[in-house]
Design a protein around this ligand. Structure first.
Ligand code: NAD
Length: 335
């Protein structure tokens, strides 16, 4: 990971400090008109579907592929052109965006003999928005570089609501120049861009965020369960915590106790939101990343085990805040 640190502060055109910039730009620093970019989009799931649709809505020519015909059909009804394969989707593309479940899908897509990198012209820009292992992102980036193809790892934060509203945060690793070219495209799907460093740095930063989130959600559930066991009202307890030092996104927005926040997944049987098994995947990647550099992440490890137990209890596809059920035990909020 040593090559990640150099470009952390090297984005010369950031108008704000700490790498945060807003989205809107009409032309790239290479002088190409942004709208001339022809975009291929691979992976039209919960996140990729609305992201591709927002690109089409912004006026980009978007050709897409997903192994799921239903996902492809939904996107094509929203102005995205459907391609019969990933290789067909990238024909003539100047920018390729992927939004796939995990490392193995991304490596299989780009690398190897039939991989997309062998179909792309030099000068193409690849933006992978999936959350994957930093080492995987670096492998794809290196292979791309040897073919004269630019590559950014750009995992996102903001969930399905952010994807639909076009307000995602992009957490980016890669060359500053590639990021400048990508900005208008990212701007059609999101609101904030953080440049974290070189190849893989976006993934590392995303894993750090999600590891903190996973731990905070579990301990918030534990605190609420403790209070309720002592007869406290979970609503009153959450309201107090939300303006006290225990405050977090878990107390204020995605509160894990049913009924406390009407719009939270907990108040609709933990449906929708960010899946327990996606959090489990991200915590596994965080632990793996820690092993790589000898870092200690005892709480991250513990949280990974909690979400694994929650998955084994049958809640893998529910929102990750359903870990509340696990930490509350049999007397939990859904009984
Ligand atoms: P998803 O499972 O809904 O979508 C993945 C899509 O990829 C599916 O439609 C699947 O058919 C398609 N796919 C799989 N292999 C393919 C291949 N070889 N070629 C073409 N299409 C293929 O997942 P998602 O929720 O959209 O998440 C995507 C990524 O974004 C994950 O890495 C996830 O961790 C990350 N993420 C998700 C959220 C969220 O709230 N869901 C938030 C932030 C980040």
């Amino acid at each position: 990971m040593s090559n990640m640190t150099n470009s952390t502060t090297s984005n010369p055109t950031n108008s704000a400090t700490n790498g945060v910039t807003s989205n809107a730009m009409s032309s790239t620093t290479s002088g190409t008109n942004a709208m001339e970019e022809r975009i291929a989009f691979i992976g039209l799931g919960h996140m990729g579907g609305p992201m591709a649709m927002n690109l089409a809505k912004a006026g980009y020519a978007v050709t897409a592929f997903d192994v799921s015909p239903a996902a492809l059909e939904r996107a094509s009804q929203a102005g995205v052109m459907a391609a019969p394969s990933a290789a067909a989707a990238v024909e003539g593309a100047t920018v390729v965006i992927s939004m796939l479940p995990a490392s193995r899908h991304v490596e299989a897509l780009y690398l190897g003999e039939g991989g997309l990198l062998s179909h792309l012209a030099a000068g193409t820009l690849v933006i992978d928005c999936s959350t994957i292992a930093p080492a995987s992102a670096q492998r794809v980036s290196l292979a791309a570089e040897t073919r004269g193809i630019g590559m950014l790892d750009a995992p996102v934060s903001g969930g399905t609501a952010g994807a639909a509203a076009g307000t995602l945060t992009f957490i980016v690793g890669g060359e500053a120049q590639a990021l400048e070219r990508a900005r208008p495209v990212l701007g059609a799907m999101g609101k904030n861009v953080f440049h974290m460093g070189g190849a893989g740095a976006g993934q590392v930063a995303k894993l750090c965020n999600n590891m903190a989130l996973g731990v905070i959600m579990a301990v918030t559930g534990e605190a609420l369960a403790l209070g309720v066991s002592h007869g406290l009202d979970p609503q009153a307890l959450s309201a107090m915590m939300a303006v006290s030092t225990g405050r977090s996104w878990a107390t204020e927005v995605c509160n894990p106790w049913p009924g406390v926040k009407p719009d939270a997944p907990a108040s609709r049987g933990y449906a929708g939101g960010f899946g327990n098994d996606l959090m489990l995947k991200d915590l596994g990647l965080a632990v793996e990343a820690a092993l790589q550099v000898g870092a200690a992440v005892p709480l991250g490890e513990l949280a990974r085990n909690l979400y694994a137990l929650n998955s084994r209890a049958g809640r893998g596809r529910l929102d990750f805040s359903s870990v509340q059920q696990l930490v509350a035990g049999d007397g939990g909020p859904l009984g």
